[in-house]
Design a protein. Structure first.
Length: 273
């Protein structure tokens, strides 16, 4: 049987690019920004808090990688808060900077909710690849150890998480030389601090989670998803794994694919759209 032809990054990024409705800065670095995608109507709009991947490395990807699915959600009546952050290759990135950036960007949603007519009672975190880890980590913030420098008071409540080909278990990822990000980047990201950065250490999250992964993903091995699901369920969390056939890594954020159709169904179901 001929293997399926999978999408490549040029297949995604070479297509016409949609544009956000506004951009909000939450710091002075060029990557400390959020793009806001607003649907038609008066609101208050349900919100997807979106986090891009790229191996936690700014030179690989930034928030614009998510533009196409952000536009698709906007057309379906959902606002998108698409966050950027300093990766491990930027001054101030890594531990604790990357995590503090994502936290600050998430909490800026609350500060801007009235301005953009956003419904803070309906917030779903959606992340792709490394962003899948960060989306789950944002939901885990109330479980951070009291002594952690990443802990902040009153983190933004998240109702649900959808991880698209994510890497939630940093310790398992660091021990997996076949993961597409490599193992050294985990040391750059965490500095060996797993207690407050690797999601399994913070279980149970107390938030429902859906993991959408491709059967033919050559970048993120499927066992990194299945292994996390076992751990999360053992701790009592509601977690579901959705393995999409004939699907690689890029398909997860391309709006015409079966993988995104499944992820979008999950998101809209939670947001009651």
């Amino acid at each position: 049987m001929t293997p399926p032809k999978l999408l490549t990054w040029p297949d995604l990024v070479s297509r016409p690019r949609p544009h956000a409705d506004a951009t909000v800065s939450y710091g002075t670095d060029p990557h400390q920004k959020v793009d806001v995608w607003l649907p038609a109507g008066a609101g208050r709009h349900p919100v997807v808090l979106m986090v891009h991947g790229g191996c936690w490395t700014t030179s690989i990807a930034d928030r614009t990688l998510m533009d196409w699915i952000a536009a698709d959600l906007r057309a379906s009546g959902v606002a998108v808060w698409n966050v950027d952050y300093r990766g491990v290759d930027r001054p101030g990135g890594g531990y604790p900077g990357t995590f503090r950036d994502v936290s600050t960007a998430a909490d800026a949603l609350r500060a801007n909710a009235a301005r953009f007519r956003l419904d803070l009672t309906r917030v779903v975190a959606v992340g792709h690849s490394a962003g899948g880890h960060l989306a789950l980590w944002l939901a885990a913030r109330p479980k951070l150890p009291a002594a952690s420098p990443l802990r902040t008071p009153h983190p933004l409540p998240i109702a649900h998480v959808v991880s698209l080909g994510g890497l939630p278990d940093l310790e398992a990822t660091a021990a997996a030389p076949d993961n597409g990000c490599g193992t050294e980047v985990i040391q750059q990201l965490t500095g060996g601090h797993f207690a407050d950065t690797s999601v399994p250490r913070l279980l149970p999250l107390g938030v429902p989670q859906d993991l959408v992964n491709g059967t033919d993903d050559k970048i993120i091995p499927a066992r990194l998803a299945t292994g996390y699901v076992v751990q999360a369920k053992a701790k009592g969390d509601r977690v579901a794994l959705h393995m999409i056939p004939a699907t690689g890594h890029v398909e997860l954020i391309a709006p015409e694919t079966a993988a995104w159709a499944q992820a979008k169904r999950l998101i809209l179901e939670v947001l009651k759209k």
